[in-house]
Design a protein around this ligand. Structure first.
Ligand SMILES: *Cc1c(COP(=O)(O)O)cnc(C)c1O
Length: 450
């Protein structure tokens, strides 16, 4: 038995993995990773894999990044964690200062939680509670977009709209108002993405007009619906939405958990529409892919609505045991320092141009309906019929064939259904991007056969 095999066997005897039909592992081996270095992961048999999806969209500056490693080691020697109610520490304070500093204008308060879903729960509860503290307890609903994804806990799942994750649990979920989305994949021929997103906004405006009285907030993923098959839309939608939320007295929650920290070409996706949301949820890249941490940034106006004498019972009593964990905060600080010290956003523009070049040839492929890109995310939509865009039946699991082929060639791609995408760490080189594209191209040929 190889070292991989023996560890995989022990794993399968006791573990249960996320987002996995465990029976699949009767036929597909689990891959035990021994170490990581930059964009590369190495397993226990010595095989290497280029992490082209940033280990589920979290890694920004590579595995075992020297700067983040050093910061974490220093933190470990002074403080690993302390209760965050009644107490504070240097890394939590510095991180909040930095986040407020780089965030869109007006977001001046930072509340920590420990993963993306928890941040979404916090934002939903804060918005609802804000209106309640303002004497508007009739506001109890949320507006969400078709094809959106905001996490897996019950509140986050409720405001999401990906059927695969949501349908089973529907009886457990709060009711939301779901508005048809601005996803440009389905625009009319000849229509620009901006025109389509603008046209679709009319449906959002109608929903706001009808329901504003009972609605706390609209929650959206700015520019890219990542878990919803990397569907993209135009920034104009965000500008219109900001204005409408103001007009109808409804909060805007921007879930930048996947798109924040340079992923879309700007530090935050909201910048491309020059808007500030009322709540911004951050996680994933926040710690450079090192540790679970999330933050909800909000406005002074929201903060003040909770600030009063204890007896008035207006405080936000939400907490998590590991709120403001010192190691996680320090990893996040080290990550923000890299953005501060190096021209990452400018470098990403060059990398994004290389990603565009590397995927150019996919556009003409008879089973590719669209190659779309926003900054450091490029997605290739496989279809059965290019002209009608008829998708492959999901049961055929064509994307999975790309996954297995790519692994055999030393590249970690993990298509979402039949959408192959690249979402690499920002330290990837041109040659490595070319390798990823070549392997994806070969995997595509294999996946569309018969
Ligand atoms: C991943 C993700 C979440 C959930 O974050 P977790 O840390 O996995 O709970 C929420 N929103 C978006 C947009 C995400 O991509």
């Amino acid at each position: 038995m190889s070292s991989n095999q023996s560890l995989a066997k022990r794993d399968l005897a006791v573990l249960w993995h996320p987002c996995t039909q465990m029976k699949d592992h009767e036929s597909f081996p689990l891959i035990p990773i021994k170490s990581g270095q930059g964009v590369w992961l190495e397993d226990f048999d010595g095989n290497r894999y280029l992490d082209a999806i940033s280990s589920w969209w979290v890694n920004l500056f590579g595995h075992a990044n020297p700067a983040i490693n050093a910061a974490l080691k220093a933190q470990l020697d002074s403080l690993e964690h302390v209760i965050f109610a009644g107490f504070t520490h240097q890394s939590a304070v510095e991180l909040a200062e930095k986040l407020v500093d780089v965030a869109p204008a007006g977001l001046v308060r930072c509340f920590y939680a420990d993963n993306g879903s928890a941040a979404v729960e916090v934002a939903l509860k804060m918005s609802f509670h804000y209106w309640r503290n303002q004497g508007q307890s009739q506001k109890t609903k949320f507006i969400t977009l078709e094809n959106s994804y905001h996490g897996e806990t019950l509140g986050a799942l409720a405001v999401g709209n990906v059927a695969l994750y949501k349908e089973t649990y529907a009886p457990l979920l709060m009711e939301v108002i779901t508005v048809p989305g601005p996803d440009c994949y389905v625009r009319e021929p000849g229509e620009t993405c901006a025109e389509y997103s603008m046209r679709r906004f009319e449906l959002m405006e109608q929903a706001l007009q009808r329901h504003a009285e009972s609605v706390c907030a609209v929650i959206i993923e700015p520019l890219v619906q990542c878990a919803g098959n990397m569907r993209m839309y135009d920034p104009v939608y965000l500008s219109l939405l900001r204005a409408a939320c103001d007009k109808y007295h409804v909060h805007l929650i921007a879930d930048e958990i996947a798109v924040g920290f340079g992923r879309t070409g700007t530090l935050f996706a909201c910048e491309q529409a020059s808007i500030s949301p009322d709540f911004m949820c951050l996680s994933k890249g926040l710690t450079g892919g090192y540790l679970p941490l999330s933050a909800v940034l909000t406005t002074e106006q929201v903060y003040q609505a909770f600030y009063d004498d204890y007896q008035r019972l207006t405080a936000f009593l939400h907490s998590h045991s590991y709120t403001g964990n010192a190691l996680a905060c320090r990893a996040a600080l080290a990550t923000l320092n890299i953005f501060q010290q190096q021209p990452i956003i400018a470098q990403n523009k060059q990398l994004a141009a290389i990603m565009a070049q590397a995927t150019e040839r996919f556009k003409a492929h008879p089973n590719v309906a669209e190659v779309r890109q926003t900054g450091m995310i490029v997605a290739i939509e496989l279809v059965k019929n290019k002209r009608t865009r008829e998708p492959y039946p999901w049961q055929e699991r064509r994307g999975l064939k790309v996954y297995h082929y790519a692994l055999s060639k030393g590249v970690l791609l993990r298509p979402l259904g039949n959408v192959i995408y690249f979402m690499p760490p920002y330290i990837i080189t041109e040659a490595e991007l070319m390798l990823v594209a070549e392997v994806a191209w070969q995997g595509l040929q294999l996946a569309v056969k018969d």
